[in-house]
Design a protein around this ligand. Structure first.
Ligand SMILES: C[S@@+](CC[C@H](N)C(=O)[O-])C[C@H]1O[C@@H](n2cnc3c(N)ncnc32)[C@H](O)[C@@H]1O
Length: 411
């Protein structure tokens, strides 16, 4: 599907005005924050982006209820060890599909637990929150919307889920100039014809507080630090560009303040630092998505495209530790879903009747897409715990080995 034509000029008036007020150039981080999260003009903030196979991009829960029904037993395992009222907090719930599917799975399969549990949705976009309200109007669990700051006044106990949220936090783009790192900037240029255009240019040197991750002892010291021999050998050419994740620590800190006790599950695109910052990855991982199309140009139709960057596993873990979380481990989505019974679910579909063939084939297709190693199956599931139970938390079910298909009951 081709993206619908945008009526915006190359540089929309609101962005031109902001850039002029800022002196004609801003760090990439500021630009990304504006074009994604500005409540009036941002792709998420305005509620313009649509999530699903018929929208701008598909996510695992937007393919149907299979993802949530496999994930729900993991969440139930974590919730069951906590006494009293429970909260299942979903951050960045998008269209609200996953929240509704999880509420339905918990109410159907764990009614006693569901009776103690409410849904809390953390969604900064008013437009998306409105669509979530409509979708969850008849949810089988009580639902409320709150910010992390509001929750911190009376922290909840339970689970926080961050599915494809941290990849939407604004990243800093940095450029190697041959001797030091510079912040990449978005610059407003006036052409001879009076029309404005945006360009990406190296800006100021990376400030010391932003370079901490690269310094000795930092999570990236081995791959981007000043002592990394690959820079001395000139293997990163001038203009080599990548990303840092300054939004992770504040987000994880705010999330920790909102959750008195329990678990955080991050599900997102991620690479280990050695892959993320490999010399051949010369433009980082930043991508733009709209109407099921991908683009490497983050300056295209600002405010109409999703911009997304992978997480770095080591940076995420370091930020989580600094924010008071205990890392429990991570796994690719394909392996995590197999450990949660996806193979048994597929096996069970063979028992269906001929009359159900079309729906069985659709479910089979959805399950296979969730574990496709080239797409959703390569996502990472990364778990953290905090509070008194963190010290004794068992290995999460999704990190345990899958059961052999023959030993499992049919779904
Ligand atoms: C890629 S969508 C994912 C939606 C949904 N989780 C899914 O997988 O279908 C990103 C979501 O995160 C929200 N978001 C962006 N920044 C956020 C933040 N700082 N805190 C919570 N949610 C945020 C967006 O508004 C949007 O709902």
């Amino acid at each position: 599907m081709a993206p619908p034509p945008s009526t915006d000029p190359a540089v929309p008036a609101w962005l031109q005005e902001r850039l002029e007020t800022a002196g004609g150039r801003v760090p990439f981080h500021t630009y990304m924050e504006w074009v994604l999260h500005d409540p009036e003009h941002g792709a998420y903030g305005s509620g313009r982006l649509r999530i699903g196979p018929d929208g701008d991009f598909a996510t695992s829960p937007s393919l149907g209820p299979e993802f949530a029904s496999l994930l729900a037993p993991q969440l139930a395992e974590w919730l069951e060890v906590i006494e009293g009222p429970l909260a299942l907090v979903e951050t960045g719930p998008g269209e609200g599909q996953l929240a509704l599917q999880l509420a339905e799975a918990l109410a159907a399969n764990c009614p006693a637990l569901a009776g103690r549990c409410s849904l809390v949705l953390v969604e900064p976009s008013p437009g998306l929150a409105e669509r979530q309200r409509r979708r969850l109007a008849a949810a089988p669990l009580p639902v409320r919307w709150a910010s992390f700051e509001e929750l911190a006044a009376e922290p909840v106990r339970g689970v926080v889920l961050a599915h494809e949220v941290l990849d939407a936090l604004a990243i800093e783009r940095i450029v190697w100039d041959g001797s030091l790192w510079r912040c990449q900037e978005v610059v407003l240029h006036a052409g001879a014809d009076g029309a404005f255009a945006l360009r990406l240019e190296p800006g100021d040197p990376l400030p010391p507080e932003a370079s901490a991750a690269l310094a000795p002892g930092g999570p990236l010291s081995g791959v981007l630090g000043p002592g990394d021999p690959r820079f001395a050998e000139g293997r990163r050419p001038v203009g080599w560009c990548t990303e840092l994740h300054p939004g992770l620590l504040p987000w994880l800190g705010a999330c920790a303040a909102a959750l008195g006790e329990g678990h955080l599950l991050v599900i997102d695109y991620a690479h280990e630092a050695r892959r993320y910052y490999a010399p051949q990855r010369s433009a980082g991982t930043l991508m733009a998505y709209r109407a099921q199309q991908a683009s490497g140009d983050p300056l295209r139709e600002p405010g109409h495209w999703d911009l997304t960057a992978h997480l770095c596993m080591e940076s995420l873990e370091a930020a989580a530790l600094a924010a008071g979380w205990r890392p429990l481990g991570g796994r690719r989505q394909g392996e995590a879903l197999l450990a949660l019974g996806l193979a048994e679910r597929l096996h069970g579909l063979q028992q269906g009747s001929a009359a159900e063939l079309a729906s069985l084939l659709a479910r089979r297709e959805a399950l296979l897409r969730l574990v496709d190693p080239l797409t959703l199956g390569d996502f990472r599931w990364i778990a953290f715990a905090r509070g008194p139970l963190a010290a004794e938390a068992a290995l999460p079910r999704f990190l345990r080995d899958p059961q052999p298909v023959d030993a499992a009951p049919a779904a």
